[in-house]
Design a protein around this ligand. Structure first.
Ligand SMILES: NC(=O)c1ccc[n+]([C@@H]2O[C@H](COP(=O)([O-])OP(=O)(O)OC[C@H]3O[C@@H](n4cnc5c(N)ncnc54)[C@H](O)[C@@H]3O)[C@@H](O)[C@H]2O)c1
Length: 276
C-alpha cells in the first residue's frame, strides 16, 4: 500500500545488486511512494546487469561509481543534481564488503590490507558520500541520509569478523556528521540496525542460516526482512521523522533488547537432551 510519503522527493540509492539487496527493495518502495531516484553501484556490480531491471521498474538512471573514490562521488553527485535539476532530499548508503569475510580469514589472524579495505568500503565511504554532498551543497534542508548497520557494532556475534568494527565506525560517523550537517542545513543522519537478511552480502557471513534461525527465535516480532527494512527507510526519508537524527535505530523485531526467549530456550533444552 502506498501513502505518497515521498511525493516530490528525490534521492540517491547506493547498493542495489540484485532483487535480494535491501537497497533494491528500498528503491521499489521509494518509487511506489512517489520519489524520483538515481541508482548507483560499482562498475563491477553494473556488469552483472541486473540493476537495469530495477532502473526500468523505477524509471531511474544508473550512474556507476565506487563509493571509496572521492572523484567518483563528486561525479555522481554532480550528475545526479543535473538529472534532478537541482538539489535532492535523501540518500541511502547500503554498502558493505569485507575481503576478510569473503576469503574466510579469521579475526584473530586478520589481513590488515583487507581490514583497511573493509573499513574503507563499509564505513569511510559513508563519510565520503556525506562530505561530498555537503561540499557540493547537494541536499535540500530537512534532507535525510540513512546507512544500514548491524547489532555487531554493539554486541559480539561469532563470525561477523571485521565488519563489526566497520559498523561501529559507520554508526559513529552518523553521530559526528549528524551534528555538523544538522546544525548547518537541518540534514538528518541515521543508521538502521537491521536483522540478519539473506542477501549476497548476508550469505557471506559465517553460519548465516543458524544466525537467522537464532535471531528469529529470540525476537518477539521475528526477524525484519528486506521489505520491512524498505518500509522503515521510507519513514526516515519522509517528513514524518524530521526531528530524528544521529541515531542508530534498531529494526530487528526486538532482538537487540532480548537476553533469552522461550523459543531459544526450548531449542537449547532440546539440543541439551540430544547431546547429554
Ligand atoms: N544482509 C544482512 O544480514 C544485513 C544486516 C544488517 C545490515 N546489512 C547491511 O545492509 C547493507 C546492504 O547489504 P545487503 O545485505 O543488501 O547486501 P548486498 O550484497 O545486496 O549489497 C551490498 C552492496 O554493496 C555494494 N558495494 C560494495 N563495494 C562497494 C563500493 N566500493 N562502492 C559502492 N558500492 C559497493 C555492492 O555492489 C552491493 O550492491 C550493507 O551495509 C550491509 O552490511 C545487511
Amino acid at each position: 500500500m502506498a501513502y505518497n510519503l515521498l511525493q516530490g522527493k528525490k534521492g540517491i540509492i547506493f547498493g542495489a545488486l540484485n532483487d535480494k539487496s535491501i537497497a533494491w527493495r528500498v528503491a521499489l518502495r521509494a518509487h511506489e511512494e512517489g520519489a524520483s531516484l538515481v541508482l548507483t553501484n560499482t562498475p563491477v556490480a553494473m556488469r552483472m546487469g541486473e540493476i537495469n531491471t530495477l532502473s526500468a521498474a523505477c524509471n531511474a538512471p544508473v550512474i556507476p561509481a565506487d563509493a571509496t573514490r572521492i572523484e567518483e562521488m563528486e561525479d555522481l553527485i554532480r550528475k545526479s543534481m543535473e538529472h534532478f535539476g537541482g538539489k535532492f532530499d535523501f540518500v541511502l548508503h547500503s554498502i558493505g564488503m569485507s575481503p576478510n569475510v569473503r576469503k574466510g580469514v579469521p579475526y584473530d589472524d586478520i589481513n590488515y590490507d583487507y581490514y583497511l579495505k573493509t573499513l574503507d568500503i563499509s564505513a569511510l565511504s559513508f563519510h565520503k558520500v556525506i562530505q561530498v554532498c555537503r561540499k557540493l551543497d547537494a541536499l535540500n534542508e530537512w534532507g535525510s541520509i540513512v546507512a544500514l548497520s548491524y547489532v555487531a557494532a554493539q554486541r559480539t556475534l561469532f563470525g561477523y569478523n571485521d565488519m563489526a568494527d566497520a559498523k561501529a565506525v559507520l554508526e559513529s560517523i552518523a553521530r559526528s556528521f549528524g551534528y555538523i550537517y544538522g546544525r548547518e542545513k537541518r540534514i538528518r543522519i541515521n543508521t538502521i540496525s537491521q536483522s540478519p537478511t539473506m542477501t549476497t552480502a548476508g550469505s557471506g557471513v559465517k553460519g548465516m542460516d543458524s544466525l537467522i534461525d537464532f535471531t528469529e527465535r529470540m525476537s518477539p516480532l521475528g526477524n525484519a526482512n528486506a521489505d520491512d527494512c524498505a518500509d522503515y527507510c521510507i519513514t526516515l526519508f519522509s517528513d514524518l521523522t524530521r526531528k530524528v537524527t544521529m541515531q542508530n535505530l534498531y529494526h530487528d523485531g526486538g532482538f537487540s533488547s532480548m537476553g533469552m526467549s522461550e523459543k531459544a530456550m526450548n531449542q537449547y533444552d532440546k539440543s541439551f537432551r540430544e547431546c547429554p
